[in-house]
Ligand binder design. Structure first.
Ligand code: SF4
Ligand code: SF4
Length: 196
């Protein structure tokens, strides 16, 4: 067995309080991918740039789906740390697509347990989308300010500001893209769809 192999190997935690449709079934419906097809080689986790930050490695996320350990999976922050870089998908020798599975898991988690999205992560997502809505691109200074106002750590990273300014990485005035009106219509359409 590979050293990368998950320590999550037993279905003992499975309880009778299983939801009507398991996360595994929801993911299959959303992506067409069956978590049971993953053979737990761990190659995805070995290449994941966020592996050291995640409390579950990529193959362990898939393993929890295989075992229907939904509560344990939803209690983890790992799916919110994923960068969707798709390194795992590229490395998988089994043509599986862990990045798509994690993306679908985030969608499912938002519907199932919206209150469990880690505060700093939901603050960053909202701040990022605000910037895109307003300018069509990220205005870094506005992003940081909006993130901190939404509850991000107030003084973290402050020491990096002078060097970012000196390298021209931070500007104080945003620039809008040309197609900003079309982009805002997309945001409006998404909001309408979401409210249905
Ligand atoms: S998703 Fe692919 S690379 Fe990752 S453990 Fe499963 S089979 Fe291996
Ligand atoms: S897509 Fe997510 S899980 Fe896959 S390698 Fe990138 S950060 Fe890791």
């Amino acid at each position: 067995m590979s050293a990368e192999h998950s320590s999550i190997t037993s279905p003992k935690e499975h309880t009778s309080a299983r939801p009507q449709q398991s996360l595994s079934s929801q993911i299959q419906n959303a992506t067409g991918l069956d978590p049971a097809c993953c053979y737990q080689c761990g190659k995805c986790s070995a290449g994941c740039p966020m592996a050291n930050e995640m409390d579950l490695k990529t193959h362990q996320i898939i393993r929890l789906l295989q075992l229907d350990l939904d509560e344990r999976l939803l209690a983890s922050e790992a799916i919110w740390m994923c960068l969707t870089c798709e390194t795992c998908t590229t490395r998988c020798p089994n043509q599986f697509d862990p990045a798509a599975v994690i993306d679908a898991l985030r969608e499912a988690a938002l519907k199932k347990v919206p209150g469990r999205v880690p505060k700093r992560i939901s603050a960053f997502h909202s701040a990022f989308l605000d910037q895109i809505r307003m300018h069509g691109r990220v205005f870094e200074f506005g992003l940081v300010a909006s993130y901190k106002l939404r509850g991000g750590p107030l003084f973290a990273d402050v020491e990096s500001v002078p060097s970012m300014l000196s390298r021209g990485k931070l500007t104080f005035t945003p620039k809008k893209i040309e197609g900003i009106k079309a982009l805002r219509r997309i945001f409006e359409q998404c909001a309408t769809e979401k409210s249905k």
